[in-house]
Design a protein around this ligand. Structure first.
Ligand SMILES: Cc1cc2nc3c(=O)[nH]c(=O)nc-3n(C[C@H](O)[C@H](O)[C@H](O)COP(=O)(O)OP(=O)(O)OC[C@H]3O[C@@H](n4cnc5c(N)ncnc54)[C@H](O)[C@@H]3O)c2cc1C
Ligand code: SF4
Length: 326
């Protein structure tokens, strides 16, 4: 591990003052569940770490009936929070499935959303791939069984955060603070495809911090996350889906369908949403929406199996959200 300086910031102002403008030189450290392994593997080689556990660690109701979640809230506290469990089921389910109890005990909301991709070539210092400034993507002719089936190229990572997917389904915003002031950005627009941003995964600049997640009111929303994993212990999902539905009886008046672990960003599917709107939600319409969500999939050499897995996740998330038994 390369030696680095360490700053313990007591609050947002101190943390922002300690950051810098050059990518990778100064990095925020939250629970360390991702960053420490990147440091050990020399994928991240910052000169300075800024401990950001002094950022807001509370979950509070907003005046319009939504929730404001601090970036330093631990996953274990998110999954157990009363308003999250009662109104944001898809988010609670995603948080509860992350890693292991130890990871959820230390991992924070901000760190989860900003964790780096799991591509094994990216994580191995012997592979100078495109994302690290090299000349090629090793996954194209290599081991790509867990890579993207939608939205890939020139890099084919899948987005690693389980929380990001339900946040897009709920239409959440993220508060960003930096030297130019603060702003709120739709989660859907915060995550960026490799064709737009090859070296990072979000629009966050090195001198900015993600400080809060802001969820709109969801009392009238039925939601669910359905994940498929190889093992139920501590793997990232192979594919998953989060859905948020407005129902009039069993008829869908509005729907947001977002897929995880299939694309470099949380992948919203307007095609699936269009299939659902105005229809009775049952097994047949859920299957039709799942087909629509994956119609544009372009699997790589070893990951065609993910198409059916993702369809199953979409279908089951829809049925679970609506309380329909398949
Ligand atoms: C075995 C294992 C299984 C896992 N399974 C899953 C899973 O299924 N789903 C899933 O989503 N995750 C999974 N994870 C990842 C884990 O959830 C994340 O590593 C963890 O949430 C990161 O949070 P942290 O607070 O420890 O972040 P850190 O490791 O401290 O930071 C992660 C990154 O975020 C940046 N950062 C941290 N806070 C901020 C901030 N406020 N603003 C801007 N940048 C910031 C850091 O600079 C760093 O680049 C797994 C991890 C392991 C080890
Ligand atoms: S998928 Fe992206 S991170 Fe992985 S080898 Fe290709 S360029 Fe690198």
């Amino acid at each position: 591990m390369k030696p680095f300086a360490y700053v313990k910031a007591a609050n947002e102002q101190q943390a922002l003052a300690a950051l810098g403008r050059e990518r990778g030189k100064v990095m925020p450290l939250a629970g360390g569940m991702d960053l420490v392994s990147l440091l050990k593997d020399r994928i991240a080689t910052p000169d300075r770490l800024v401990n950001v556990k002094g950022l807001d660690a509370t979950i509070a109701a907003t005046p319009d009936g939504g929730l404001r979640i601090g970036a330093a809230v631990r996953l274990v506290d998110l999954q157990a929070h009363g308003a999250v469990t009662s109104q944001y089921g898809a988010l609670m389910q995603a948080a509860a499935e992350v890693g292991t109890p130890q990871i959820r005990n230390l991992g924070t909301v901000g760190g989860n959303l900003m964790q780096r991709p799991r591509c094994w070539y990216f994580r191995n210092e012997d592979f100078p791939c495109l994302k690290k400034g090299g000349a090629r993507c090793y996954s194209v002719d290599g081991e790509n069984q867990f890579h993207a089936i939608l939205g890939g190229g020139p890099c084919h990572i899948v987005h690693p955060s389980s929380l990001a997917v339900p946040l897009v389904a709920f239409g959440a915003k993220l508060r960003i603070a930096g030297p130019r002031g603060e702003k709120e950005v739709l989660a859907e627009e915060f995550f960026e495809l490799p064709e737009r941003n090859l070296f990072g995964e979000t629009s966050l600049r090195p001198d900015e911090l993600l400080t809060h997640v802001i969820l709109p009111a969801a009392k009238a929303i039925k939601s669910a996350t359905y994940e498929v994993r190889f093992r139920s212990s501590h793997d990232w999902p192979i594919a998953f889906a989060s859905v948020a539905l407005q129902l009039q009886g069993t008829t869908v008046s509005d729907a947001r369908v977002v897929l995880g672990a299939v694309a470099p960003i949380p992948w919203r599917s307007p095609e699936a949403e269009a299939v659902l709107k105005g229809q009775t939600l049952n097994e047949a319409t859920a299957a039709k929406a799942a087909d629509a969500a994956l119609a544009a999939a372009t699997p790589m050499t070893q990951n065609a199996y993910k198409v059916q897995v993702a369809k199953t996740a979409v279908k089951r998330a829809l049925l679970h959200a609506a309380g329909v038994t398949a």
